[in-house]
Design a binder for this molecule. Sequence first.
Ligand code: AMP
Ligand code: GLY
Length: 424
Amino acid sequence: MKVLLIGSGGREHALAWKISQSPRLSELYIAPGNGGTQDLGQNVSIPSSQIEDLVKFACEQKIDLVVVGPELPLVQGIADQLANHGIACFGPNQFAAQLEGSKSFAKEIMLKTGVPTAAFKVFDHLDAALRYVQEQNFPLVIKADGLAAGKGVSIVHDFEQAKRVLIQLMEEKIFGPAGEKVVIEEALTGEEASFLAFCAGNEVKYLPSSQDHKRIGNNDTGPNTGGMGAYSPAPILPDDQMEAIGDLVIKPIITYLEKQGHPFTGILYAGLMFTPQGPKVLEYNVRFGDPECQPLMVRLDSDLLEIMLACTQGKLANVELKVKPETALSVVLAAKGYPQNYPKGMLIQGLENVPEDVIVFHAGTRQENGKYYTTGGRVLNVTALGQDLPEAKAKAYQAVKQIYFENMYFRTDIGDKGIKKMSA
Ligand code: AMP
Ligand code: GLY
């Protein structure tokens, strides 16, 4: 079977690693891929935003299955275009992808289907939004409706801050059309966890829970990033609660979409906050989380390609989703300066000294003459499996010590929140 995997991050290296273990795979292409995926298949230099070129490539190469890593091509409608050519796609169609592509769309569906979420209002006129925030208590959360590369959410503490954010989004349009509409919602407090489900129409299979670390600094300080580390399971969401939470946050959504004539194919990811009033959905994503995917792939003990295919054929119930009982933890090694400006082109050293049972997934890297160089802010994901969270953490950080590149930066507390919860 010929597979085209779209994307270039740590998530895609982890997916490529898992897909390439499948006996059903004959050829794997990754567009555009990174220095790590190059060792598992053939990198194709088409950016993931160029969906016409990707579809053309898939047709020319007679690809059997396209696996979409990031959200943008899905929101642009790549699944619909592939369907027109009879090519299977792991990832939802453009209508269903609005769950991630439009926050107001997601909130309206949550409201209709009774999924618990923060109270909200939607605005597409600056004046009305300003009048509304003037009458509210703070803090409040202001979100650009459309995709804003993970930077579209602001927590504001007074009217002046709220006004500044609204003007930037709606008047200065710092995210273009993505901010012309905004969602203003109640600020929730609590611990976050990620809930990912394989979906095929009204069939679901849940992956175990995971937890991301979004802030750049230890103890969740500093600006938001794409994610600085993750582990699975998250002690806040143990396996025996997965069914109940899935019934609450996943099933109503896919049932609704199916009734609308848009059965969801792929991964539906609910970003949850465990508030004093119970779990609430912060957002939906229509793809694997990055870096959550890295520990999840290390724990997955079934043929990923078979599961993905079953999803595209509406036969998810026929496959088994087995997961290793151990804990997996992934530490992101970044270039100092990320998520703002950072240097590129640094030589990565010491990868050969990493123990065999620790897996280093590449993100912003390229390969030249057998050597790896940095090309991005998030560079590597050092991922280890342990009997429990403390062991997984110790193994991953021991391996981190073997790796070096100039201006390397990483958080030293990945896993600590979960370890604390375990001993509470
Ligand atoms: P999102 O881009 O929707 O994933 O939001 C990014 C981050 O903003 C989330 O992971 C939360 O940490 C935070 N966030 C989003 N919505 C809320 C909310 N209603 N209350 C508190 N924090 C929020
Ligand atoms: N790790 C958060 C995300 O992928 O959106």
